[in-house]
Write a protein that binds this ligand. Sequence first.
Ligand code: SF4
Length: 380
Amino acid sequence: METTQHIIARCKKLISQPEYRNEYLIRIKEKYLGIIGYFSNYIPEEIIAAAGFYPLRIIGCYEPSKPSPHSLYIPVCSFARDMYSAASSGGLSYLSQVVFPNSCDSMRVFAQMWEHAVNFPPACVLLHPINDNSNAIQYFAEVIERFAGKLHQDGGNLITQTRLKETIDTYNQTRRLLRRLYDIRKINDTFLAGSDAVALMTAGLIMARDEYNQILSQIVNQGPREIHKDRKLKRIMIMGPLMDNYGFLSKIEEFGGYIVYDNITNGSRYCDLDVEIEGNLYENIARRYLTSGPSPTLNSDKEISDQSFQALIDDLDLDGIIFINQKFCEPHVHKYLAEADILKQMNINVLMLEIEHGRVEVDERDMLRIESFLEIAGRS
Ligand code: SF4
């Protein structure tokens, strides 16, 4: 059986080594009608998989295959700029199509520029609502059903109820296993380092789903690995948009932090809630995607989100929170400002850092800030 260490090493290569990832995807591609790349947690993977395509979350390190004649400019966030540069130089040409969310301004600019400067693959925008009430769920269910019809036209596979139930079940399994992993790590700081857990989560957005469910179930059913034994660790939660730079997170661990939980796009917000399997499946998918771990681009009820945020903080018994934002990500700066007030009232130390997506080395200044933060975290 493959060891956990080996699995994590493979996950890290999938995220950080474009060549390794491309070879993996080219091998996989033959078994599917094509690979559909997408951005954001609002694109239902179940639908893409049920139509016979391979859903690939575009995340991680992408090297432009040749110098790009175009670029996106500030204030577009560093993630969108990085991905645009890879796409416009042909680095995503192995995809059959790309699906954009209707989320933030950076993604909107990116989607518009795709039409002008990236000729292949073709792209579309999935117009999900920005509210999560019953009318919005109904509307989104219709959008998803039309999207399913489009994929049927593109690939020829009709999405039957049976097929859709099967794929929902597969994705529910992933979400359940990931939530179990979070529950174990909340109470056991020797189970898996936070940087390894984020690498494992992120690789799942790239890896074939059956293979991923199998390695996840192997990991959650094993005993803890012996790590972090020599000193008392500070219990830290990380927050922000996507964070696929696991090397950055391992710096937090080197300075004595244990990343016990996260509230990031490629983390707990991805695996929150299952899709119900009874009733109208399109409505069930719409409900799950609009009501699970809300992103700040969604207009959700502030009182309810604040209450569940406070309950989470109470439950985690934290020494501090490190908020890691992608440079020029506006929605998450607003989220940070709103939640910093709550954290202040709860006497929780917070550190805010801004990073450039795709930049592997950790800035010397950030290292110093992390080190001093961990020194004082938990003292107040
Ligand atoms: S990092 Fe922020 S600004 Fe960039 S795509 Fe994600 S939500 Fe939008």
